[in-house]
Design a protein around this ligand. Structure first.
Ligand code: FES
Length: 177
């Protein structure tokens, strides 16, 4: 892969239209890499049905479903931290940890509750958050949606029904007087 073309797991949004012809079939133009690097993270609705979060972290772009698999938390507001040597986004709602590269849910468990002192280890719940493919071509960033038919828990928060219910439940801004 050339230095001008880099693929990682990330996504983002953009303000300008894509170049005349996309070099990547079925991909979505997100924006200029320099803009994404500057903002750090961007959200974008793709295909009219998938809210995706694109992050730039430690030199890499990552893309994932925008709402946390646990209860739909706003991952765009989550901190990024390392756990057990893996970069994770920490959901701001209940602090679930999700690896940026694979979408795995990580948790820390006590190996033997009767042993003193207690010893804990990190474990994986498996892939819980849908990760999408990010490609950069000549400074333009594209996301290709992961359309695997395998159900992933974060899919639940990507339905039209959820979006409608969720948005209806949000407090309405008060009109200015
Ligand atoms: S909604 Fe993300 S941890 Fe609960």
């Amino acid at each position: 892969m050339s230095s001008e073309e880099e693929t990682s797991q990330t996504s983002s949004s953009s303000s300008s239209p894509p170049p005349s012809s996309s070099p990547l079939p079925a991909s979505h133009f997100i924006g200029k890499k320099e803009d994404i690097v500057k903002s750090g993270r961007v959200t974008k609705l793709l295909n009219g049905c998938r809210d995706v979060l694109v992050l730039y972290h430690m030199g890499k772009l990552h893309a994932m479903d925008m709402r946390c698999y646990h209860a739909g938390g706003a991952l765009e507001n989550g901190d990024i931290e390392e756990f057990n040597g893996r970069q994770c986004i920490v959901c701001p709602w209940h602090k679930y940890k999700i690896t940026l590269a694979e979408g795995e849910g990580l948790y820390q468990a006590v190996d033997d509750p009767t042993a003193k002192p207690l010893r804990t280890h990190w474990h994986s719940k498996g892939v819980k958050q849908r990760i999408h493919k990010v490609t950069e071509v000549n400074g333009d960033v594209y996301v290709t949606l992961n359309d695997s038919s395998e159900a992933i828990e974060s899919d639940h928060y990507q339905t039209e029904r959820y979006r409608t219910v969720f948005l209806k439940a949000q407090p309405k801004p008060k009109p200015k007087k």
